[in-house]
Design a protein around this ligand. Structure first.
Ligand SMILES: CC(C)(COP(=O)(O)OP(=O)(O)OC[C@H]1O[C@@H](n2cnc3c(N)ncnc32)[C@H](O)[C@@H]1OP(=O)(O)O)[C@@H](O)C(=O)NCCC(=O)NCCS
Length: 235
């Protein structure tokens, strides 16, 4: 199964979105909240349109695809953003209209999750004076997982971070954490996303915050479980 890592183009976006949908499945509550009905045909089309707008609106984000060169099938992808003397703006220009969601509550819930994550990102990038490399997304089709493709997709951003002498950081799912720790990322803490009180009955969304300090190449730290959800903070 030879794999080539290539820069992804706009026309690849529907496939990249489908890969994310397959990889995250319906088990990741934040993904379900961001991309309602992403497992349906209509949800995939709407999600891909939103993904395309996001791609086209951020010239600092680089999309890579992993291609099985035997079949020409795209089987994984990554999105890396390089911040170079640049602070992160929020809300972004391409923030989706509330009508993207089924109802106003779902829209508010999703935007409050995104807002929480963005606040942490903004603060960290600011602490580094606008110089950092961020892994936004990494996903591999389930049938192709655990064959080293995730690691290959990580390489581009890590190499870029090393060239620039920048730290890299990410918000990790439970599945990703072991891989990131193998590549020099250091676990910081488990984050439980705070949402307004009215959403207290909804499933908790959580992630692990990991940083790969400048100059660190490979960590010998052992993968651990996580992220662990605690009682959510309310905003
Ligand atoms: C995380 C992900 C991208 C890894 O891709 P991959 O191609 O399997 O990665 P690699 O083969 O290079 O590395 C595999 C390592 O990832 C971790 N990993 C992969 N699948 C895992 C799982 N189901 N449970 C726990 N760890 C897992 C392990 O550390 C594994 O190493 P091991 O096989 O020696 O135990 C893939 O599992 C995925 O798409 N998961 C769903 C989406 C997701 O969680 N993305 C990360 C968002 S931060």
């Amino acid at each position: 199964m030879p794999i080539a890592i290539l820069e992804a183009q706009d026309e690849d976006i529907p496939r990249l979105f489908a890969i994310c949908s397959l990889a995250f499945g319906q088990t990741e509550p934040a993904w379900r909240a961001f991309f309602p009905n992403h497992w349906t045909a209509a949800g995939r089309i709407a999600g891909a349109e939103r993904y395309l707008k996001t791609k086209q609106s951020d010239p600092n984000a680089t999309y890579h695809k992993a291609v099985d060169t035997d079949t020409s099938e795209i089987v994984g992808f990554s999105i890396w953003t390089v911040y170079q003397d640049r602070l992160l703006d929020y809300p972004p220009d391409e923030a989706p209209a509330p009508t993207y969601w089924d109802n106003a509550d779902d829209a508010e819930y999703a935007m409050s999750i995104i807002g929480y994550i963005m606040k942490q990102r903004i603060e960290y990038i600011k602490s580094l004076k606008g110089n950092a490399v961020h892994l936004n997304t990494l996903a591999v089709v389930p049938a192709y997982q655990r064959r080293g493709i995730g690691g290959k997709l990580l390489s581009w951003g890590l190499q870029r971070a090393d060239e620039l002498g920048f730290a890299s950081f990410l918000e990790s799912s439970a599945m990703g954490r072991g891989l990131y720790e193998k590549h020099g990322f250091v676990f910081q803490r488990d984050m439980t996303i705070g949402v307004p009180e009215k959403f207290a009955g909804r499933e908790l969304c959580c992630y692990a915050s990991l940083i790969r300090p400048m100059g660190v190449r490979v960590s010998d730290s052992k993968p651990r479980n996580g992220p662990v959800c605690h009682q959510a903070d309310t905003q």
